[in-house]
Design a protein around this ligand. Structure first.
Ligand code: ATP
Ligand code: MN
Length: 464
C-alpha cells in the first residue's frame, strides 16, 4: 500500500478507505481497552490520531510506542468523534520502524529554546521548529516567485572572494596552506603565492559587487545565498553564516529601490498569511500572541519614509523628553538597534525606511547627495527586529567613486573589474540586501536568530 502523507490524509473524507501512514509518535496514552497515538510526519503541524483496540495487538507492542518512536500504521480512515480533528485512523496493523529510548532529548514539553539549541539536530522534530522550518521553506519559495514574476534573473555570485574592500563585516579567511607553517616572504609577511588561489581569499560578506555586474548586463537580478561575517557579536540578530537576498536593478533610483523593498517584503508576509495558516496559528498561540496582528498590520499599512536627519531629530527630542537610551545619539552616529526600534515601535508604530545617512557611516559605493555630506542609503526598520534591509542607490560616476575610494584608502588593487562597470556604459542603479533570517524572525515571532536557521553558526558554535 502507498503511504499517505498526513497533511493530505487530514483533508480526506473518503471514510472507510484503507490507508497507510508513517511518522513519529508525539504522544501515546492508553487504557485497558483502547490506545490513542498522536502521529506526526513533518508534513504539517497537525497530528493524526491513531486509535488501536488493546486486544487487537500484542500487549508488548504498546510498550515500544513511546514519544519519538517511528511507526507505520495501516488501517481505516474514519470520521473522528473528537473535537479539533475531522479524521482519524483505526489501526489494523502497526509496525515499529524505530524504537526511541527515554533518553530522547525532545521528550518533555515546554523545554527552553536554549536547551533545545544544544540538541539542534533533534529539535527539528518539535512542533515549534517544524512550524519555523516549513515557514522558512515557504519564504524561500515566495522570494523566488516574487522576483521571477517581476522579471528578475536569479544570479549566482561566488562564495569565495578575493576582494576585501566591501567593509560589510569581518571576513573568514580561506586557505589550503598549513596554518602551523605559513610560508613568509622576505619582509616576513605571509606569502600567498603557493596558496590555492595565489592570493588571500575569504568567504563573501555580500554578493552585491558581482550583483552590480549582473544588473548592468541583465537589467534586474537577485542573489539568494549564504553570506559569512566573522563579527564577534553575540546578539539575537546576528549569525556568522546567514542567507541574504540581494536584488540589484539597472536604472532604479532610491525611490524605486524603496518601492521595490516595500512591495517585496509585503508580498513575502502576505505569502506566509496565505500559505502557512496552520503554522502561523500555532506560533501565534504558543510563541507570540500578537504575531498575526503584526503581520496583517505590515501588509495593510504604508511604510513611513524619512531621512536620517529627521530620524535623529525625533530621537534627540525623545531624549529631551526623558527617554533613556543605552547609547548616546547625535547627528553622525550609527543608529543602534534600540534607536531603530524606538522609531518603529514607539514613535511611528509602523515600519520605517530611513534614507540619506551620513557618508561616514555607510559604504563607499553609495551615491553621494548634492549636500556632499549624505549618501542615498536606505535602511528598512521593522518592529522587533530593527534593520531588516540595507540598501542604496549606487554611485555611477567613475570619478566620484574613485574620489571616495581614495578618501577612504580602500585597497582596490583586485577590484578593477568592479570599476569597469563605471568605465563601460555606466548607468544609475540601485539594490539592497535582505537578511533572510531576519525576515523569518519577523514572520515567525521567534526571538532569537539561532532558532530560525536549522544549524546556526555563531561565535564558538559550529556543531552539527
Ligand atoms: P547590522 O547593522 O544589523 O549588523 P549591517 O548593516 O551590518 O547589519 P548590511 O551589511 O546592511 O548589514 O547587510 C544587509 C542585511 O543583511 C541587513 O539588513 C540584515 O538584514 C542582514 N544581516 C547583516 N548582518 C547579519 C548577520 N550577522 N546575521 C544575520 N543577518 C545579517
Ligand atoms: Mn546595513
Amino acid at each position: 500500500m502507498k503511504r499517505t502523507v498526513i497533511v493530505d490524509l487530514l483533508r480526506r473524507t473518503d471514510y472507510g478507505a484503507a490507508v497507510l501512514v508513517k511518522g513519529w509518535v508525539r504522544t501515546h496514552r492508553g487504557s485497558k481497552s483502547v490506545h490513542f497515538i498522536a502521529l506526526n510526519d513533518g508534513s504539517t503541524i497537525n497530528n493524526v490520531q491513531v486509535v488501536a483496540d488493546a486486544d487487537a495487538f500484542p500487549a508488548d507492542l504498546f510498550k515500544d510506542i513511546t514519544t519519538g518512536a517511528c511507526i507505520a500504521v495501516e488501517g481505516q480512515l474514519t470520521e473522528s468523534p473528537g473535537a479539533g480533528q475531522s479524521v482519524e485512523v483505526k489501526a489494523e496493523k502497526i509496525e515499529v520502524l524505530g524504537l526511541c529510548g527515554n533518553d530522547y532529548p525532545m521528550q518533555k514539553k515546554g523545554q527552553t529554546f536554549e536547551y533545545m539549541r544544544k540538541y539542534a539536530h533533534m529539535r527539528l522534530r518539535t512542533n515549534t521548529f517544524g512550524a519555523v522550518f516549513r515557514i522558512r521553506h515557504n519564504m524561500a519559495m515566495a522570494i523566488h516567485r516574487y522576483f521571477h514574476d517581476h522579471g528578475f534573473f536569479y544570479f549566482h555570485t561566488p562564495l569565495i572572494t578575493a576582494s576585501d574592500c566591501e567593509g560589510a563585516g569581518q571576513m573568514f579567511q580561506v586557505t589550503t596552506q598549513n596554518l602551523a607553517q605559513m610560508p613568509l616572504d622576505e619582509q616576513g609577511n605571509v606569502d600567498y603565492a603557493d596558496d590555492f588561489f595565489g592570493k588571500p581569499t575569504s568567504l563573501t560578506v555580500s554578493g552585491q559587487l558581482e550583483g552590480e555586474l549582473g544588473a548592468t548586463a541583465l537589467g534586474a537580478i537577485y542573489t539568494f545565498g549564504p553570506t559569512f561575517r566573522a563579527e564577534n557579536s553575540n546578539t539575537p540578530r546576528h549569525l556568522a553564516e546567514f542567507w541574504m537576498i540581494e536584488p540589484e536593478v539597472a536604472f532604479n533610483d532610491i525611490t524605486d529601490n524603496m518601492d521595490l523593498a516595500e512591495d517585496f517584503i509585503k508580498y513575502c508576509v502576505q505569502w506566509a498569511l496565505d500559505n502557512c495558516q496552520d503554522d502561523l496559528a500555532f506560533l501565534n498561540k504558543m510563541i507570540d500572541k500578537s504575531l498575526l496582528e503584526r503581520l496583517h498590520f505590515v501588509v495593510e499599512h504604508d511604510f513611513v519614509r524619512l531621512t536620517y536627519t529627521e530620524g535623529i531629530r525625533i530621537l534627540e527630542d525623545a531624549v529631551k523628553a526623558g527617554h533613556k537610551f543605552e547609547f548616546p545619539i547625535s547627528w553622525g552616529v550609527d543608529l543602534a538597534s534600540e534607536h531603530e526600534r524606538y522609531l518603529v515601535e514607539q514613535h511611528f508604530k509602523k515600519p520605517v525606511i530611513l534614507t540619506d545617512y551620513p557618508k561616514e557611516i555607510k559604504a563607499f559605493y553609495m551615491k553621494l547627495n548634492d549636500d556632499g555630506k549624505t549618501v542615498r542609503a536606505m535602511d528598512v526598520l521593522f518592529p522587533q527586529i530593527g534593520e531588516i534591509i540595507g540598501g542604496s542607490e549606487r554611485e555611477e560616476s567613475y570619478d566620484k567613486l574613485m574620489a571616495r575610494i581614495n578618501e577612504l584608502n580602500i585597497p582596490m588593487k583586485d577590484m578593477w573589474w568592479y570599476l569597469d562597470t563605471r568605465r563601460f556604459g555606466t548607468c544609475p542603479h540601485s539594490g539592497f540586501g535582505l537578511g533572510f533570517e531576519r525576515l523569518i524572525l519577523f514572520v515567525t515571532g521567534m526571538q532569537n536568530i539561532r532558532d530560525v536557521i536549522p544549524f546556526p553558526r555563531t561565535p564558538k558554535t559550529a556543531d552539527f
